[in-house]
Design a protein around this ligand. Sequence first.
Ligand SMILES: [Zn+2]
Length: 444
Amino acid sequence: MEQAFLDYYRCPDQFADFGLSNDFHANPICDVSSGTNGQVEMSLCSLDEMSVLSFEGATCSLPFNLSEVADSLRFERYVNGTGKTGWKRLVRQAYYFLRPALPVPIRRHLQRVSLKGWDTTPFPQWPVDRTVDRMFETGMAISLRAHQCIIPFVWFWPEGKAGCAIMTHDVETASGLDFVGELMDIDDSFGIKSSFQIIPESRYRTGEDVLATIRRRGFEINVHDLKHDGHLFDEQTQFREQAVRINQYAAKFGSRGFRSGILYRRLDWYDAFEFSYDMSVHNVGHLDTQPGGCCTVMPFFVGNILELPLTTVQDYSLFNILRTYSTDLWQQQIDLISQGHGLMSFNVHPDYLDNTRAKNSYKDLLHTLATLRSTADLWTPLPGEVDAWWRQRSEMQVTADGSGWRIQGPGAERARLAFATLVDDTVRYSVAPAACCYASEASL
Ligand SMILES: [Zn+2]
């Protein structure tokens, strides 16, 4: 049984009946190697290319374990170490030691030099990588072929919403904190509530009045790193001591979510955190300092913590590294994520909205999201609401009920039954109007 496939679709167990074939590959992610400039190069043997699928009744034998491959990608095990080794680590330490003293143009130049070649890195795929999602879709196609029927599952979003978008704001400096009130006004004018990630130590002093205002207005407060000095994940013992303090700040702020500074992360240390969800893993990190990417646009669990991956380019990278105020790249990412009914998550810093062009770009983005909400059934909740929903969905079961199917579990009244079918060898989804459906796809 493929647990990761079941967790992804929440379909009945019998449709995840994959076996392992004789020519099982322990690690089908081949050709992971360090190329020029130390970039990780990788190619993934796609299921389509594997001509070794064999069917025995409704059981399909795969040449590898879907769950293991999904974990390798989502937990970024394909990246050598943490990407923080050798000279790169020394350069990074030097950079963050000097960073506060460096004017923005010099920081920008150094970052552009260190990111040289990012646009030719083949994997993960820029600007959105859906390798994990496509792998599960291919698994669904194989299961549909094996079972010769439609397959019911729990739709990804509540009330049958077509996709989901969350807005988040990491507050980096005191001037960013000063802009929080105006930023809430802007977000509210588009009917979008967002989360603010607050750095607890060193950077600025956050008064209880600011936090109370954010809460009172219906926005969310999360913890952003501890000191934001680039060293949180340097050494495990020190990290665990700092994680205790971070957990204490979470309790003090009333936070359920976390994002690390500079998106540094060691997911295998996350057991130290007491958060409900995390937002520190990007989908594809070519423009960020720690390379990698989780290759999915769907939430996934890291132990008990739900990861809400960052699936779009950050404002800083857009405005200062790519040097554009056009929202074309955001739009391209929105289109690609929408195709997979995934989570669009944005990180826009109050600190970088200090000029009219940046503010206008941000308002264009909010306008796009508000339009999609009214025309394309996009769900625009707080990150904490996504966490609550995905946790409930992860406990739901689709069970046979008379001539049809029913979703069971807490929150099932918000869930919608969906059906996967194979049309010209492509998986198609349709969403039923309710959590139970008696005439199968005929009633859609
Ligand atoms: Zn930050």
